[in-house]
Design a protein. Structure first.
Length: 114
């Protein structure tokens, strides 16, 4: 199960995920997150992964798709709070990521130079 909390503040969409981002929850992620970003041309995204305890190939593909959409608008996607070692390890294995990484949401704003 995946819970998604989104908040738009100071031109940045904060996406806080809670649960497992996997083949079971990816449709929810795509429908709620990707469609919002795509339909509104959002350029500054922070994805907080602090409460994500599992991720699989489909979840990583969802994050990659998000990054590609944001990049097409000349924007930045920042992942923050990668506290789960398993999740961090799986994400770091992918060399094609166009993500910035920060410790938390506050430092993510610094990465974006806001």
């Amino acid at each position: 199960m995946l819970k998604i909390n989104m908040e738009f503040k100071k031109g940045v969409l904060f996406i806080r995920l809670d649960g497992s981002l996997d083949n079971i929850s990816i449709d929810k992620f795509n429908n709620e997150v990707l469609s919002l970003v795509l339909n509104n041309g959002l350029k500054q995204i922070v994805v907080n992964l602090d409460k994500v305890y599992n991720i699989d190939e489909k979840g990583i593909d969802g994050l990659l798709n998000l990054s590609e959409i944001v990049s097409s608008f000349n924007g930045k996607t920042t992942l923050c709070s990668l506290t789960n070692k398993k999740v961090k390890s799986l994400i770091n294995k992918i060399n094609t990521f166009n993500f910035y990484e920060s410790q938390n949401e506050l430092t993510a704003l610094g990465v974006m130079k806001i």
